[in-house]
Design a protein around this ligand. Sequence first.
Ligand SMILES: *Cc1c(COP(=O)(O)O)cnc(C)c1O
Length: 381
Amino acid sequence: MNPKIWLSSPHMGNNEFNYVKEAFDTNWIAPLGPHVDGFEKTLENFLGQNTYVAALSSGTAALHLALIILGVQAGDEVICQSMTFSASANPIAYQGATPIFVDSEEQSWNMSPDFLEEAINDRLKKGKKPKAIIIVHLYGMPANMTRIMEIANKHDIPVVEDAAEALGSSYKKQPLGTFGAMSILSFNGNKIITTSGGGALVSTNEDWIKKARFLATQARDAAPHYQHSHIGYNYRMSNICAGIGRGQMEVLLERVKQRRYNFEYYKNAFASIPEIKFMEEPSSDYYSNRWLSTILVNGSGKSIDREQLRLSLEKDNIESRPLWKPMHLQPVFADASFYGDGTSERLFESGLCLPSGSNLSKEDLDRVVDQVVSTFSTVQI
Ligand SMILES: *Cc1c(COP(=O)(O)O)cnc(C)c1O
């Protein structure tokens, strides 16, 4: 059996271990410390735009705090992109609020501005103003932020930007994670950089970020004893994890370059397979970190489909995965309202994520390419 090729695996640089060793040497083994502060500063500098950052235990925790700080409560409605990972929508349910799902557009695969507008108007007609809009930049590709912010501003509804997959991407030269009233990042093991597990909340509103740090450390009031006026959470990032993050930030731009290289490599290699289509950047306004290289497999008749290609890759010990299954099709959200025309469902049916790690060797990439090419050539007559 050939060695396993992963979809997206951790890729350490040279300094992560030095930062972690420093934490051990100074005994900062806790969910606070100099690396947590340093990691936050590095992210603030990278994102620019006068942002403040709170380093947290996960991207999901960051989304949960974002909704709490925006005042989302039981009975409220929150609009959310349907095509995404469940972690984008779960925090709505944590608050006892109701998700309203919106379909994707063809060009970015992210929230359709047209259906967003339709959803807002219809909810207003039904008598309830949505409390927030959660948009996602899938696989690193920016959503249409100009139109989405226009619509959100017109209706005065705050945007929460789920940039978990999009650190290092930009829209009209502005880094993703700096558009929303609040934005979240993830440093899970499979993301473009990792802290083993972790996340961050980003905002230009310093009070909100201070509040996030307060809520994330059990909401302790200023008193010598343990005094609480709010329900708190244990959501802060560990100083060890933040040390890994500081090392990873030193190689982030290199990782973006490597991931974008993977995409170009596949695109050139599959240029002569008409059944395979790539998600292009819609215009020069869009810059994707290409967290994952994704394809659409549009075989018809005798040709093979997405699932056959996935199984064929699996046979050679190569991990690939269908695109995110839309939330409005998930059993757990079966009762939720949905606005759309089936675009995300069609993308899910034919879309596949290919191995995309920044640590793939040329041999790895060629193994993937050979397996895909031979899968298609066996069925062509
Ligand atoms: C990974 C991910 C999250 C959750 O981040 P965690 O750090 O794993 O909690 C949220 N949204 C999207 C789109 C993601 O890909």
